[in-house]
Design a protein around this ligand. Structure first.
Ligand SMILES: Cc1cc2nc3c(=O)[nH]c(=O)nc-3n(C[C@H](O)[C@H](O)[C@H](O)COP(=O)(O)OP(=O)(O)OC[C@H]3O[C@@H](n4cnc5c(N)ncnc54)[C@H](O)[C@@H]3O)c2cc1C
Length: 386
């Protein structure tokens, strides 16, 4: 087992840290407060070529592995979940096109994603299906050389600024499908706003990155924009879940580290009763617990990434990593607020922003409950419960 970063990995981490350092707390404070998409931050990553990090070299990417992706996102996470979500779709979300798209589609769709001139969003969740994706109802009906789509999506992030959508639909109704996971089809389509109404959802945190309800009424998608075979879209998405878990876990681990550091610094600086508050065990012990839990989460994260890069089965490990990193973030962020006392509640100290964000990875992209269901089934052999 090797816990050391290679020279290349260290250089990657330093390059990402340099970009992130240009976008400090005040930048994210303003973007979150004003609900403004961080175009400058996204632009800096695109300009430095990082959107291509894990794409194959033959289409202009760098061909890096999941361990390197985790190193990148852990560093990005210091700027918070706002920062991670800004980059997520362009850097990682289009992997189904890499895995299942035709060569022609890869060359047509991916260079503008890597350059950052196209921006994609991800339309899977629906109001009446929830986390049970098999019950989506958005339907794509084939009419000659195109499909016509009607339906609703909810929570679609970045749809205010995206011009493309990776869209999961049914092409066979649930009731008619041979298996619940069959009959769904994936498209990479133009987000044609004359046929899709995009309505922003007011939400608790991560407010620099929008999330939306989509009302799709007659969206036309050429057959050429279908990814893979008709009816196999759900399988294509499942294929990308392990990498998604790693990327999400890494980002929130970085965020949890950053917010813990803020708490520690405040505990050193703030003097009450004539001594730094960090001298009190009721302040320092919870912070020490956060550090220990972050270390454990990090080990699980890089174990999962190493298994993934080695081509081994890694579902339970990467799900466990997402679970541990999400708990570590929530705990560190809430502890940071409490360590700051009243000032933890003031926006100018930034920790309340991290706290609001830290609730999100407990719920999305997969809830902690569903992670436990998965681990119970796959790691412990208990009956499937979902
Ligand atoms: C800010 C934000 C951004 C998002 N961005 C996107 C996006 O870009 N694209 C997209 O497609 N989706 C997105 N989502 C949706 C997200 O993936 C879902 O919210 C998440 O998967 C949970 O689904 P749900 O909200 O419908 O919860 P529900 O399915 O309604 O579940 C509610 C609760 O019940 C629990 N539960 C349900 N069934 C079981 C069971 N069998 N066992 C145990 N517990 C269960 C769940 O874990 C959850 O805690 C986003 C969500 C948020 C909040």
């Amino acid at each position: 087992m090797d816990f050391m970063l290679s020279d290349e990995q260290r250089q990657i981490r330093e390059s990402i840290a340099r970009i992130c350092a240009e976008f400090g707390d005040d930048y994210w404070y303003r973007k979150d407060l004003n609900h403004e998409f961080p175009h400058e931050f996204a632009g800096a990553f695109a300009a430095a070529g990082w959107f291509g990090a894990i794409f194959p070299e033959e289409i202009g990417g760098a061909g890096l592995g999941m361990t390197e992706a985790a190193i990148i996102m852990q560093e990005v996470g210091r700027n918070g979940f706002n920062a991670c979500s800004t980059l997520h779709m362009n850097m990682f979300g289009c992997q189904p096109i890499v895995k299942f798209g035709t060569r022609q589609q890869q060359h047509r769709f991916l260079p503008p994603i890597i350059a950052g001139t196209d921006r994609a969003c991800f339309g899977v969740t629906e109001p009446d299906a929830g986390i049970d994706t098999t019950h989506i109802r958005t339907f794509a009906e084939r009419k000659g050389d195109r499909y016509v789509v009607h339906g609703r999506k909810v929570w679609t992030s970045t749809a205010q600024v995206a011009n493309k959508i990776l869209l999961l639909t049914r092409t066979q109704r649930f009731e008619d499908s041979p298996k619940r996971s069959a009959g769904m089809t994936l498209f990479y389509a133009d987000l044609d706003r004359s046929k899709v109404e995009v309505r922003q959802i007011e939400k608790c945190g991560r407010n620099a990155v929008d999330s939306n309800a989509l009302f799709i009424d007659g969206l036309e998608i050429p057959v050429d924009d279908r990814i893979g075979e008709e009816g196999r879209g759900f399988q294509y998405l499942l294929h990308g879940l392990n990498s998604e878990r790693i990327i999400v876990a890494a980002g929130i681990l970085g965020a949890s580290r950053y917010v813990l550091n803020k708490a520690v610094q405040y505990a050193k600086d703030r003097v009450v009763f004539g001594r730094p508050i960090g001298q009190n065990q009721s302040i320092q012990h919870p912070l020490a617990e956060c550090w220990i839990e972050q270390q454990a989460a990090e080990l699980m994260l890089y174990k999962g990434a190493a298994l993934y890069d080695g081509g081994a089965e890694c579902g339970p490990e990467v799900n466990a990593a997402k679970y541990l990193c999400a708990e570590a973030y929530f705990k560190a962020a809430s502890r940071a607020v409490r360590t700051h006392g009243g000032m933890g509640y003031a926006k100018e100290f930034h920790v309340e922003r991290y706290f609001r964000e830290s609730i999100l990875p407990l719920i999305a992209p997969v809830s902690q409950e569903l992670v436990l269901c998965y681990v119970a089934e796959r790691a412990l052999g208990l009956p499937k419960s979902y």
